[in-house]
Design a protein around this ligand. Structure first.
Ligand code: GLV
Ligand code: MN
Ligand code: MN
Length: 440
């Protein structure tokens, strides 16, 4: 944690700096401390309040997109947005939009936000920090009676965890095929979007074109351990990995586990197991930071005395270069063909969503870095291994992200945690960056 110590009057005088309480020392350098600040306690309180939506009796969070917890959490969030004076609507993609007028309504809006849905048994900070901090920016502007030059838009994206669905819709990337895919909630994307107040039949109506927004900014927890390991306060995100994912089906033959000799089986789970290992071998066979995961698997019919006749599982591969993802998937397919032939099974891959890698806009990165430095924070330019709505948004607007440390580098887990001081630092950087962007 950063320790701030006020410079003694005598040393200020020696430096020729007037003593207005506006100058501070963090042990590394002098920085301006007269900037308006967010209310960290309010952020923490709201994070904990939001965590209750979708929480089970044992305190674990299941606010999966389109489920009851998500719908109720969104209603709570919309109410707060309205209380903060935002003009709130839900677009056809199910995204919550909160608008605040600027002095010059002919300027393009500065947009910022994140998501409030979570993975099953997920953490309380992924997405929620950026969402609640976006609202906090509005609260502080209201409290200080500041009207920005540009209109502002808080955007809370629908179903980020299911493939950045809301931001895909908003940027014109959600196809009719995509709307038919089944989400983690069990509803199709179209049904889920409808359940949260969107209009999948008119999905085109929410599309924003390139140039419709001045900027898009997202504050997020790092979800990795780099900032914590290096004892740094703010990550300035230069690039976000791309991802492709597939539903994999392995078809064998269900038969009696006692009377079917080992050499006469078509065991789908055995073939799936070999494929899981093959994925790991292929991903680790080349240098680089690529990752590949099978995170979900189901064997049917699912009885101890029946040879599994069918397995469904997921596969996702990520890298900063989508060509590398495609190349690695090609290798997985080759191995799958060999495994299928050997095990007398049939293996098919059904593509789900492709999320392209994205680079942030350089001048925005510089503004984030300068805002963080002015507030006295240590920074690092880094990449994101997690996917984010920001990468779709980069197709239509200059985009950049701000990271704050995740304790232990843990995320997508109930153990996910970010300290209040770090959340507050991140929200202050977001706030100052927005003010800076508004000037330029
Ligand atoms: C979203 O958090 C992802 O990276 O899967
Ligand atoms: Mn997230
Ligand atoms: Mn996530």
């Amino acid at each position: 944690m950063q320790r701030r110590t006020f410079i003694k009057k005598s040393s200020l005088t020696a430096l020729g700096i007037s003593l207005l309480g506006a100058i501070n020392w963090n042990g590394k350098g002098i920085f301006a401390d007269n900037a308006l600040k967010v209310n960290g306690q309010r952020i923490e309180g709201r994070i904990l309040e939001l965590a209750k939506f979708g929480m089970d009796d044992s305190g674990h969070g299941y606010r999966v997109a389109f489920t009851k917890g998500d719908i109720e959490g969104r209603a709570w969030f919309k109410e707060l947005m309205k209380k903060a004076g935002l003009e709130v609507s839900v677009d056809a993609g199910g995204n919550i939009i909160g608008k605040r007028k600027g002095k010059n309504q002919s300027l393009k809006p500065i947009a910022f936000g994140s998501h409030i849905d979570m993975v099953p048994d997920g953490g309380n900070y992924d997405g929620t920090l950026g969402s609640i901090s976006a609202l906090e920016v509005i609260e502080v502007l209201n409290e200080n009676k500041i009207v920005t030059e540009h209109p502002l838009e808080v955007i809370i994206f629908a179903n980020e965890e299911g493939g950045t669905i809301g931001s895909k819709a908003l940027t014109g990337l959600l196809s009719a095929e995509g709307l038919k895919k089944v989400s983690q909630s069990g509803l199709t994307m179209a049904e889920g979007i409808k359940a949260v107040g969107g209009d999948p039949d008119n999905i085109q109506s929410c599309i924003r074109k390139k140039g419709d927004l001045h900027t898009f900014l997202e504050l997020h927890i790092e979800q990795g351990g780099i900032l914590e390991n290096e004892n740094l306060q703010i990550g300035v995100v230069e690039g976000i990995v791309g991802m492709m994912d597939w539903d994999v089906t392995i078809e064998g033959f269900s038969n009696h586990a006692g009377s079917t000799p080992m050499n006469m089986r078509k065991d789908a789970l055995l073939a799936a197991s070999r494929l899981v290992i093959a994925v790991n071998e292929i991903i680790t066979s080349v240098p680089g930071k690529q990752v590949g995961t099978v995170g979900k698997i189901a064997a049917l019919p699912g009885a101890s005395n029946v040879i599994p006749g069918k397995v469904t599982m997921s596969l996702e591969i990520r890298d900063l270069a989508i060509e590398k993802v495609e190349m690695l998937f090609g290798e997985v397919q080759k191995r799958a063909e060999a495994i299928a032939a050997d095990s007398k099974t049939n293996i098919t891959f059904q593509p789900q969503f492709t999320i392209k890698p994205a680079l942030a806009t350089k001048p925005l990165l510089e503004k984030i870095n300068a805002s963080a430095k002015n507030l006295g924070f240590t920074t690092k330019f880094m990449q994101s291994g997690a996917i984010h709505d920001s990468q779709n948004m980069s197709l239509i607007a200059p985009m950049a992200m701000i990271f704050v440390p995740s304790v232990g580098g843990i995320s997508h887990s109930p153990k996910e945690f970010t300290k209040t001081v770090d959340m507050t630092n991140g929200a202050n950087v977001l706030f100052q960056t927005i003010l800076d962007v508004d000037k330029g």
